[in-house]
Design a protein around this ligand. Structure first.
Ligand code: UFG
Length: 337
């Protein structure tokens, strides 16, 4: 198939483009490069042996987006492109609602007008809100604690309504848990701009000497060691979930939500220990107060995705850390531009 991937130069997008190309699909990337690098596209080509077409377009630019659809005639869409920093979304709600909602609406309208109704959407476990019952199952009510989270809840609702109105749409909302790690080649990885918000990139930047020490946000949560528990999933496993979802949508259609997680939770201190075991490098850290908005624990029940997609993720935390470190060590300052 010819698959248009929005945000295909980004962290999860780039790994997914490699998986799609390896499966024989032709990929067109639409990315405004606001939080990604064109170098990632060169690296995709190097790994997969095929150069994906790149269109530097902002999804909020409706005319430019429609033009890409007219020119490339995609048969399916994987939609990653969005703003994703939780704290920033609290400070800049309108920017988040405009970008994520208008960008999404433009994309879905372009799809309808160009007779392309197969979509895999990047959702998030953030749609389970602030005090979930664990493990998280897809049937749980959805709500959010940040504008970022609400954009995911709202887009899932829009897609539910779209499928209800016209059963020709085939849609899978993938609720990611905590994507981490890097391509085992060390050529693709996470390259946050400025200070990393997320745990693993912060750890690897400490290990490579870009930051002095990690701050552990909170050690008095009601968890076994007091630090927050999350379901960390290797980004390549996550990428493979998109291919599995596309196959399922092609076979059976419908609107679906699928958790993409491992089903296991690990605390912040366990992640630090796994990184130290995998790399032999000590990670200095200090414990501070909890980060506003963080919940004590979050992990998936991934059985629906295991059963319906024939997909599972069980890459160990040590392998995840080794891969993240290989990327960071080979690219201490991230991508070259
Ligand atoms: N943490 C630290 N120090 C840091 C960074 C993170 O201790 O410097 C802790 C956090 O407090 C949390 C854990 O590490 O307990 C994981 O934090 P991340 O920021 O890596 O991940 P989150 O679970 O907070 O966020 C992720 C995604 C969001 C999504 C959210 C949904 O990054 O996009 O899950 O719950 F909204």
């Amino acid at each position: 198939m010819r698959i248009l991937v929005t945000g295909g130069a980004g962290y999860i997008g780039s790994h997914t483009v490699v998986v799609l190309q390896d499966a024989g699909h032709e990929v067109v990337i639409v990315d405004d490069l606001s939080n990604s690098s064109a170098s990632a596209v060169d690296r995709i080509a190097e790994i997969a042996g095929k150069v994906p077409e790149l269109h530097q377009v902002d999804l909020c630019d409706r005319d430019a987006l429609f033009e890409v659809f007219s020119r490339t005639r995609p048969e399916a869409i994987v939609h990653f492109a969005a703003l994703k920093a939780v704290g920033e979304s609290v400070a800049q709600p309108l920017r988040y609602y405009r970008n994520n909602l208008i960008g999404g609406l433009n994309l879905f309208e372009a799809m309808g007008e160009h007779d392309c109704r197969t979509l895999v959407f990047s959702s998030s476990c953030t749609v389970y809100g602030g005090a979930p019952a664990l493990p998280l199952r897809e049937g749980a009510p959805t709500w959010a604690v940040s504008p970022y989270g609400w954009t995911k809840v709202m887009l899932e609702q829009i897609l539910t309504d779209l499928h209800a109105a016209d059963g020709r749409w085939r849609i899978g909302s993938l609720r990611y848990f905590n994507p981490v790690g890097a391509h085992p080649s060390g050529r693709l990885g996470e390259d946050p701009r400025g200070m990393p918000n997320n745990l693993l990139p912060f750890i690897t930047q400490v290990a490579v000497g870009r930051r002095e020490r990690l701050t552990v946000f909170g050690a008095d949560y009601p968890t076994p060691d007091g630090t927050c528990v999350r379901d960390y999933i290797h980004v390549v496993d996550l990428a493979e979930g998109h291919l599995a979802a596309l196959r399922r949508l092609q076979d059976r259609g419908g609107y679906h939500t699928w958790n993409l997680g491992t089903g296991r939770g690990h605390s912040v201190l366990e992640v630090i220990a796994a990184f130290e075991r995998a790399t032999g490098i000590a990670v200095p850290y200090e414990v501070a107060g909890g980060r506003p908005g963080d919940i004590a624990a979050s992990y998936a029940d991934p059985s629906r995705a295991n059963e319906e997609l024939g997909w599972r993720s069980d890459t160990s935390l040590e392998t995840i850390c080794a891969d993240a470190w290989r990327w960071q060590q080979a690219n201490p300052d991230g991508y070259p531009n």
